[in-house]
Structures are given as C-alpha cells and as structure tokens.
Ligand binder design. Structure first.
Ligand SMILES: Cc1cc2nc3c(=O)[nH]c(=O)nc-3n(C[C@H](O)[C@H](O)[C@H](O)COP(=O)(O)O)c2cc1C
Length: 605
C-alpha cells in the first residue's frame, strides 16, 4: 500500500487554491488504497537553513535546529510518494516550501558523485526512492509561467527522472476560489489523477490532457480577474484583511513568521447553500471565503459560471440595475454561446432586473433564495421573463461539456413528453364519458376504462412515479368496474356526478401536497431545478385549483341534471362552460402570472 505525503506550500494554507487541487488528488489516491497525509507550511515552524553543514559534518544527518522539520523529515523518509503543492510565486515555488526543501539537506550525503552526465549528492540512506508529484497553480492564465518551476523539479529529480511521476500545472488557478461547482470537471480529473498515480505510477493521456485544459477561456479570465482587482482596490482585499500576527509584525532577527490562516476572520459561512432557485450562483455547496463581497464582483463574475451548452443559440441582454449602497448598472450580453458582462446600462436589454444592491448580494452569496425573494417582491423583473426561468441552467457552470439537455421526459419505452401524460391520465375518463354518454355497453363504459387505468398506473409505477391523478383514476375505475362486473348498474348522471366529484377532490387535495397536480406534469417542460421554484409551484397551484373547482362545478351540474332533468340543455351548457374557461385560463395564466409577480405587480405570499 502506498503512503502519500502532501506538502501544501501555500501561505494561504487550508484556504488556498493549492488545497483545492491537492485534496481531490489525495481522495483519488485513497480510493486506490493509499494512505495520505497533508502537512501545511503554515502550521510549521521551520527555520531557514543557515548553511553551517553541521548536518554533514559534526552531526551527520542531524540539523542544529530542533524545530518542526525533525518531524517533517521523518515523514518524508516514510513516504512512498511526495506530493508538492504550491502556488507559483515569482515563477517558482513559494519561499516557505523552498525553505522546507532546503532543510532536507540532512537526508543527503555531502560527497559529490558523477551520475551519468551530471554530478550529485547521493542519499545518506541510499538513493532517494520516493516518487514525486508536483501540483502547482498560478495567477496568470498561461502555462508557460511554470517553465522555471518545471525545470526546478527536473533538477531535483535528475538522478532518477522517473521519480517525477506527474506535474499538474493549473494556470489561472486563482479562479478556483470563485468558481464553485463550475470546476467540478477539473477536480474530478484530479481525483482520477490521484487514483492513476497510485495504481499505475503515471497519469493516463486522457487525464493529463484534461488537467492541461484552460479552466475558462483566457479572455473571460482576464475580464474577471481585472474586475476582481478593481473591486478589491475599491473595497479592500479579503485575504489582506486577515490580521497580521504579532510575530509577522516583529521583524527582529530570528523571528519565525507564521501566516494567519487566510480568510479566517473574513469568511462568511453560507447559512443556506445556493440552490437551483438562486439565479446568480450555480447550484452546489458554496466555497466559503470565495463568496462575492460586492455586487460588482457578483455580476461581473457571472460569465465564469455561464454554460454555453445550455445557452445554445440564445440571444439575450440581461440588464441588472442595483440600487442603494454598492449598487450600479450592469448588463450581460448572451450571444453565440458566450456571455460577457459589462458595466452600465444597455438600450438593447431583453430582460431587466431591478433590485436593491443588498438583496442582490445576499442572493449572489447564497444567503437568500432568488426565486423566493422574487415572490416576496424584494426585486423586480421586466421584459422577457423566460430568461429568468432559465437562469439556473444558463449559469450552471462552463465546462460540463454536455450539449444543451434535451427536454426531459418521464422514463420508459413510450417516448411521450411529460405534459402528454396528463392527456393519457384522462383516457380512461374519456372512454367512460363517451361510453356512458352514448349508452354503450357496460364493458366499454366501465371495464375497459378500468383495465386502461390499471395499465397506465402499472406503467407509471414501473418506469416513473404515478401521479395522484393516475392513482385516483385507477382506484375509481377499479371500484366502479368491479361493481359493474358484480351486476350493479351505474346510471349516466350518477357516474357523471361521482367521477367529477372524485376528480375535483383529487385535484384540490394535491394543493395540500408539495406538488400541485399540474406541476407533476408541467415540470417536465423545465430544467430540473425549477420543480421546487416557489413561483413555478404557485403558478401551478392556481391552475390546479381552477381545474379542481371546474370538476366540482361539473359534479354539481350532473346533480342538477339528475334532480331537474327537464332543464337538460341548460345543465349541458353549464356543464361544459367551466371546462372551456379553465382551458383558456390555462393557456394564458402561466405566461402572465410569473411575469406579473416578477415585475412587482403582485407580491405572492
Ligand atoms: C508573491 C506572489 C508572487 C506571485 N507570482 C506569480 C507568478 O510569478 N506567476 C503567476 O502566474 N502568479 C503568481 N502569483 C499568483 C499566485 O500564484 C496565485 O494567486 C495562486 O492562485 C495562489 O494560489 P494559492 O491559493 O494556492 O496560494 C503570485 C502571487 C504572490 C502573492
């Protein structure tokens, strides 16, 4: 079993991008059966090597300092694979990591030997056998910046070049702090890398190629990085805001600076993870300490989470006007599969969001649910509301690599879209209405609908999940079908009354559940996250209520017809009127209502 020792050389310690890269790698290694340990230069007190060579002369193999390096040396000796994690500092590893490596001098023998075409010090206890992996990231989006560091690693392992198992170089890694789940694909590749290193001692071509990819296109990176720096210059830098320790202020000779854990006193933990209803952050657990601190950062950072595959050939201009302190005007231009953020207003805006700056920032930070805030009238949306409905998929992360998801449909061999299943659910009823209306035989009117209802329910149970409509229909027709088979007679008006009563009660009863009946069907028309969107659910609750009442009204009309049959024509007109009205309402309402709520015309509860 391999034993991996990772050294995180970033002064940002556990809050570093280095850590974001190291941990998935180590998790992959563990999955392959390795044991792993991470040590942080920020936790260690390690003096500078003072070049006395005591470890080579008076006390061979032992340094004059009795500091944390003693333990580190023991761990390095025990490791099968040493993973060096470092940000790029002035084209090389950090001074702290370098200081630690310099203090490995006791492991080397002072004699100089020729090894092939170069000269070297042999290991004190034989050859250095441990494999090495370099995991580095840097602030520029250009891999060439790593060339000196790569050369450094080559020199460190030149006695046995095969010791350098992999160099994972993440250019523009600074963006990892801002991307959240947008970079899951890269972290997944790191996980694979850890596994491959343990299992086969090198990276597969595919994993190496993925890890060499840009995290985001360079142009976008520059735009985001510069916007970030502008906002930090104005607002103050969160990392710099960490307290400087007394030791760091003390520049007395010999003092060992210990970095504060960056972000420790500025990190805002999310009360509530951003969800699919949060329009400005992709879903998933937020990365504490990387949440936007200003509206400007939040809006100008949105292109980093843009998903071109989800956008397809969408053309839209989203204007975001934020009022109050920290506010400003921005717009996002979405076209040709890309999204660019600009400051200022656009005359071409297709959708406009007007929000108080503090509300928008809380939404962006995942502290407030975007859809719920909209329902409460905390901000307004005018123009094309369809764009708002797509916000979560549009900003779900750039590198999913997937094409725009095909509209989902319930599982199963019948390729019917979600909404079509509502018509299917009505098929037994239609058979029954036709059969009783045309006075067909009881088998056609009752037994056939019962068999059909049962088949629909079983199919839905097998491949998906029956809705309340499916279940109640099956129960109703099984009971009535059995009654008919038992020789009972159900006159048309009684059937009409009981059927509509059953339907109306079922539809209205679903209002007490988490999913009003029509939502169980119409959710298939939208991205998955929308199924829990309060505005979507409320719209569907109203439609479900209208249909539920229409069915109850029809039951009353059936009763009227039974009690006063001489007014048959009147009952017939009144019977079908609510159906027509409910149909017209359903065609109009889902377009009108969400847009009206979004425009601030109505504050939903
Ligand atoms: C002192 C210093 C020197 C840096 N030098 C470079 C550099 O030479 N090239 C580069 O691309 N980024 C450079 N950076 C940026 C860091 O590599 C970058 O911020 C990195 O993402 C930090 O990673 P970490 O969070 O793991 O510490 C430097 C940063 C600092 C603070």
């Amino acid at each position: 079993m391999s034993n991996l020792l990772a050294i995180n050389g970033s002064p940002r310690g556990r809050e570093s991008n280095t850590e974001r890269l190291l941990q998935p790698f180590l998790a992959g290694a563990r999955e392959a059966g390795a044991t792993t340990e991470t040590i942080y230069v920020t936790d260690l007190k390690i003096n500078d090597c003072r070049g006395c060579f005591t470890c080579w002369t008076s006390t061979p193999g032992r340094c004059v300092f009795r500091d944390d390096m003693l333990e580190v040396l023991a761990k390095i000796k025990a490791a099968d694979i040493l993973v060096l994690g470092t940000p790029l500092y002035h084209y090389g590893m950090t001074a702290r990591l370098k200081r630690l490596l310099e203090r490995t001098l006791p492991l080397a023998d002072p004699h100089i030997i020729k090894n092939g075409d170069h000269y070297t010090h042999p290991g004190r206890e034989g050859d250095f056998n441990s494999g090495m992996v370099l995991i580095a990231n840097c602030g520029f989006p250009d891999r060439r910046h790593f060339s000196a560091l790569e050369e450094h690693m080559r020199q460190l392992t030149k006695d046995r070049p095969e010791r350098l198992l992999a160099s994972i170089l993440c250019a523009g890694g600074e963006i990892l702090r801002h991307g959240g789940p947008a970079f899951d694909w890269y972290l997944a590749a790191l996980h694979r890398a850890g596994k491959e290193i343990v299992e086969q001692g090198h990276l597969s071509t595919e994993t190496a190629a993925t890890l060499a990819q840009e995290l985001v296109p360079v142009e976008m990176y520059l735009q985001m990085a510069n916007a970030y720096w502008d906002s930090q210059i104005k607002e103050g830098n969160p990392l710099g805001a960490a307290e400087t320790t007394a030791e760091e202020k003390n520049d007395a000779p010999g003092a060992i600076p210990v970095a504060p854990l960056a972000d420790e006193n500025v990190t805002t933990k999310n009360k509530q993870p951003p969800t699919a209803t949060n329009p400005t952050r992709p879903g998933g657990e937020p990365d504490a300490g990387v949440l936007p601190r200003t509206c400007r950062e939040a809006v100008l950072g949105m292109p980093a989470a843009f998903n071109p595959a989800a956008a397809g050939n969408l053309k839209a201009v989203l204007q975001i006007s934020l009022s109050g302190e920290g506010g400003g005007d921005y717009h996002l231009v979405i076209a040709g599969g890309s999204c660019k953020a600009f400051e200022g207003r656009s005359v071409e805006a297709t959708t406009t969001i007007n929000a108080p700056a503090d509300v928008w920032l809380r939404i962006a930070r995942g502290e407030l649910d975007g859809a719920a805030a909209l329902m409460q009238g905390l901000y307004r949306v005018t123009g094309d509301f369809g764009l708002m409905m797509r916000m979560n998929e549009l900003f779900s992360g750039p590198a999913t690599g997937a094409a725009a998801p095909a509209p989902a449909r319930p599982a199963g061999p019948l390729p019917l879209p979600g909404m079509a299943w509502l018509s299917v659910a009505f098929l037994p009823w239609t058979l029954n209405w036709l059969g009783t209306g045309l006075h067909l035989n009881p088998f056609s009117s009752w037994v056939a609908p019962a068999l059909l209802a049962l088949a629909i329910w079983l199919y839905r149970r097998l491949y998906n999940r029956p809705t309340w409509m499916d279940s109640v229909t099956a129960v109703y027709f099984l009971v009535t079908g059995l009654l008919i088979l038992a020789g009972q007679n159900l006159p048309g008006t009684a059937a009409d009354f009981s059927g509509n009563l059953f339907l109306g009660a079922t539809w209205l009863a679903t209002l007490a559940t988490e999913e009003p009946l029509t939502a169980a069907y119409s959710r298939w028309n939208y991205p998955a996250g929308l199924a829990t969107n309060p505005l979507f659910l409320r719209t569907n609750a109203i439609i479900t209520a209208v249909w539920g009442e229409a069915f109850l009204f029809m039951a009353l009309m059936a009763l009227g017809m039974a009690l006063i049959p001489e007014q048959k024509n009147l009952w017939l007109v009144l019977r079908y009127l609510p159906l027509v009205l409910a149909g017209v309402f359903t065609a109009w309402f889902p377009n009108w209502y969400p847009a009206r709520v979004a425009a601030g015309g109505r504050k939903a509860a």
